[in-house]
Design a protein around this ligand. Structure first.
Ligand SMILES: [Zn+2]
Length: 97
């Protein structure tokens, strides 16, 4: 089996998702922006990329089991399926093991 050099971790993706969800909830209030900046959810240990995503789209991702968001240059996780391609980021679906 080919080893992924970048040490992708589902556990780390979960932590990242928690951070992103918190960013979403604190961004609400009065002048809610049409998009928010979130962390890339690729799960790489050294990745601290940010991306800009529309709130509605990110809520769709959050509501879709297995879906996550990565920057366009972090789409090489072999276990994913491409859901949709956007400017600066991709929505992926984690494939079943
Ligand atoms: Zn990344």
């Amino acid at each position: 089996m080919a080893t992924v050099s970048n040490d992708v971790s589902v556990g780390r993706q979960t932590v990242r998702r928690q951070v992103n969800t918190r960013a979403r909830s604190t961004n609400g209030a009065s002048d809610e922006p049409a998009s928010i900046e979130i962390l890339c959810e690729c799960g790489r240990r050294l990745c601290d990329d940010h991306l800009q995503i529309e709130i509605e789209l990110y809520q769709d991702v959050l509501g879709s089991p297995g879906h996550y968001v990565v920057t366009t240059h972090h789409d090489d996780d072999p276990r994913h399926r491409l859901v949709s391609r956007h400017s600066g980021f991709l929505v992926l679906e984690r494939a079943a093991d």
